[in-house]
Design a protein around this ligand. Structure first.
Ligand code: ADP
Ligand code: MG
Length: 599
């Protein structure tokens, strides 16, 4: 079998090289005006890519990007003029300073979500503008700060800044697409679409938000330093909130969630902007009409439009273009090294309670789950089954009691820390990222196992080998759950049943010691229920995984499980072998009484 992934990465890199070669010759023929517009376009490319990282990839609605851009410019000016650093060094120092603002934005985004985060960043932009106007010697006031043109030795100042912008834009496109086409890009997709599942995938969302804002702000800071150089002054109006709209337009017009989209957006918008200036009094009407038309024709941006026509041009979130699967297709998913016998491999739950505003979702639950068993949790709706899975996986903290997983107390552990103990789960309401395709969603499961991620930026051989290995495993897992034909479908193109199967494959990819399945068969067709049953059996029999199965399809419970625990109003009312439990009067009364014919 041949696995054919989108060629986006290869194709885009080819385009970056062609554009760079073309741009190299611009100073040879262009007049001052064209050179200026070309430099601004390059600066806009940096801005668009950087904003796209935070907004398009990570889904963070930031309105502070223009302020970060401004801090980059003013910091560069201070390093260059006040501290008398060489211009190029000053730009990098300015970008590092902008990254510090990025840390603050990371802090804000780990506290606030969506519109609340948007408003906080808007306030930050307004405060920053005030500071740019009133910053005294640091910003030199409302009329702007004149900056002598930087020297570049044997080439003119304009040409020097142009080439510097070209080099930086090229590197940002190149290395940006490298890191997007790997685990970092996948994690950002998860953060944007399924933040509430990230912890259980072993993703520390707080850390990820800091990382993405530092990267995004560093690039915006570079853009600020270049702008200051090419304009010959820094003035507060360049970093007014209104200019945020230009940045938004570039990203949304070009295409959210893509490095290449940022490039198209920056070129198109800068070009359009210059062109409509010819329509003197009418430019707003012309620009507005063109943008409106473009957005109606291409609601997902020009990049979205392009990949609709040429799906193969999509920018992948994994590192391989093609892989010949003839020989490599593993027919069995290997048992993880993690699954070697520990001294204590049981899960001990002691007096665990969880209240939701007066509702006792779990009430003094005591249970010992042995290694390698399929342990079903059943009970009527609202009896606390999902809450049980949630407290075990760290999705919610429990109020009292203790949970011991393989000798580790999980009190106060966050979900991503529990995931690292080898606990994987699926969700009652599916959590699949629509920014990622099926293969990439499944690869998310291997997030905690990836060891050579740092090589992603230069696509080191170690990193590529690891990606190849993980992709082979992901394909095997997808084949096993019967979803191999859907690898290139986007997460939101699947039916509910298919999403469940993809979640199962993603769970397998984490090579867990414990798999928590919250109603894996709900909404599945009969054929798919059989597949799910096969997967669950395989997890126990071949991979030695301890399975905790919450399920309503009782036939599945009776067929598969070694032991069954029954919850009712948060209390454990019975626990034992399926046949024993089935006949207990207390269970019949609480749960099966009304539905005797279910089994
Ligand atoms: P089950 O999965 O058995 O149907 P749940 O564990 O989802 O039951 O819910 C048990 C009880 O806890 C219900 O009364 C439910 O309304 C409540 N509950 C569960 N999660 C939350 C939550 N996040 N916030 C408030 N109440 C909740
Ligand atoms: Mg439930």
């Amino acid at each position: 079998m041949k696995f054919d992934a989108p060629k986006g990465l290869k194709l885009h890199r080819f385009i970056y090289i062609i554009l760079a070669i073309f741009s190299f010759f611009i100073p040879f023929w262009a007049n001052q005006y064209i050179l200026h517009v070309a430099t601004i376009t390059l600066i806009h490319i940096l801005l668009a890519v950087s904003l796209n990282f935070a907004m398009g990839f990570a889904g963070q609605l930031t309105l502070a990007h223009v302020a970060v851009y401004g801090f980059g410019a003013y910091a560069t000016a201070n390093f260059y003029i006040v501290l008398k650093f060489p211009y190029i060094i000053s730009i990098f120092c300015g970008a590092i300073f902008a990254s510090l603002i990025g840390i603050f934005l990371g802090f804000l985004s780990s506290r606030l979500k969506q519109f609340y985060f948007g408003i906080a960043t808007l306030s930050f932009t307004m405060l920053s503008h005030w500071f740019f106007v009133h910053g005294g010697d640091i910003t030199r006031g409302a009329s702007g700060w004149f900056i002598p043109k930087p020297e570049f030795g044997f080439i003119s100042s304009h040409n020097g800044i142009f080439y510097l912008s070209l080099i930086l834009a090229f590197f940002v496109l190149w290395f940006g697409s490298n890191i997007a086409a790997g685990p970092f890009g996948r994690r950002l997709g998860a953060l944007a679409d399924i933040e509430n599942a990230c912890g259980n995938l072993g993703i520390d969302t707080k850390k990820l938000k800091y990382e993405v804002f530092i990267i995004s702000s560093f690039i915006a800071g570079l853009a600020g330093g270049l702008l200051m150089g090419i304009l010959g002054f820094a003035d507060p109006e360049s970093f007014h909130f209104v200019n945020m709209i230009v940045q938004f337009l570039m990203v949304i017009l070009g295409g959210l969630n893509s490095i290449f989209g940022g490039l198209i957006g920056a070129i198109t918008l800068t070009g359009l902007w210059e062109w409509v200036r010819e329509f003197e009094g009418l430019w707003e009407i012309v620009l507005g009409a063109i943008l409106l038309l473009l957005m109606i024709l291409a609601p997902y941006g020009l990049y979205g439009f392009l990949i609709k026509i040429f799906p193969q041009w999509r920018e992948p979130r994994h590192a391989l273009n093609t892989l010949n699967m003839n020989s490599q297709m593993p027919n069995q998913i290997n048992v993880s090294e993690n699954n070697k016998k520990d001294s204590d491999n049981s899960i001990i739950i002691k007096n665990v309670s969880k209240n939701f505003g007066g509702v006792k979702a779990l009430d003094q639950v005591n249970l010992k789950i042995e290694e390698g068993e399929i342990h079903a949790i059943i009970g009527p709706n609202g009896s606390g089954k999902s809450t049980f899975v949630n407290v075990l996986s760290g999705a919610v903290f429990f109020d009292s009691g203790t949970i011991d997983i393989f000798g580790n107390k999980t009190t106060n552990l966050k979900s991503h820390e529990i995931a690292k103990l080898g606990v994987s789960r699926t969700f009652q309401n599916f959590r699949i990222s629509s920014r990622l395709n099926v293969l990439e969603n499944v690869l998310l499961g291997s997030n905690i196992r990836q060891k050579h991620e740092s090589g992603a930026i230069i696509r080191s051989q170690k990193f590529l080998n690891e990606e190849k290995f993980l992709i082979e495993e992901a394909l095997a897992a997808l084949d096993f759950v019967g979803m191999i034909d859907f690898i290139n479908s986007k997460g939101n193109e699947l039916s509910g049943g298919q999403m469940r199967l993809v979640e199962l494959a993603r769970g397998i990819m984490s090579k867990p010691k414990i798999m928590l399945l919250d109603e894996p068969a709900a909404g599945l067709s009969i054929k798919h229920v059989e597949t799910a049953a096969k997967v669950i059996k395989k997890l126990r029999d071949e991979l030695g995984v301890t399975v905790i199965l919450v399920e309503h399809v009782l036939r599945l419970v009776m067929d598969l499980s070694d032991r069954v625990t029954v919850l009712n109003s948060g209390k454990m009312i019975a626990s034992g072998a399926p046949t024993e439990v089935k006949d207990m009067s207390v269970v019949k009364e609480a749960y099966l009484g009304k539905r005797k014919n279910v089994i």
